[in-house]
Design a protein around this ligand. Sequence first.
Ligand SMILES: [Fe+2]
Ligand SMILES: [Fe+2]
Length: 194
Amino acid sequence: MAQTKSSGRRSAKSNGQTSAGTAAGNTQLEKFFGDSLKDIYWAEKHLVKALGKMQKAATTEELQAAIGEHITQTQEHVSRVEQAFEILGKKPQAKKCEAMEGLVKEGESIVEETEDGSMTRDVGIIVAAQKVEHYEIATYGSLVQLAKTMGQNEVADLFAQTLEEEKQTDQNLTDIAENNINWEAEQEPAEAEQ
Ligand SMILES: [Fe+2]
Ligand SMILES: [Fe+2]
């Protein structure tokens, strides 16, 4: 069993340079960080395609536009991860993210199970998309903190921008749902007229 270490409450915030001087990938934390980058790199690239499908499947122009805007941001997220690899002196490499694959599959089955052109379809897409955003928010929140801990402030700044965009997207989706989609979906009969 791993030896218990006291946390010592050293604040990474205070100096941001706790591991300065170590080459990228030399500590266990740096290796872990590198693996996390591969994971989110795969996830963001996978999302560019998945969001395109969600956008096509959406009923309202409002939701299509919101997803469209986030596709553009997601392409930028991919390039920020590439920049992070570069800053750390690594070649961009993707490793399948099982969690994101699962979230996207769930979104695809929601699309299959809801009627084309229905407001319930949009409710389902928003629910699926928000699960994706929350996964990304958790990931980037951690990556920003870890980058600061390792003294990689440039990487931390990059991911802080992405984190902000993921949070904003989550909020936009909530607003769209609350403004009318949820209410309209609630009025939809369970079976379409033949
Ligand atoms: Fe993203
Ligand atoms: Fe996102």
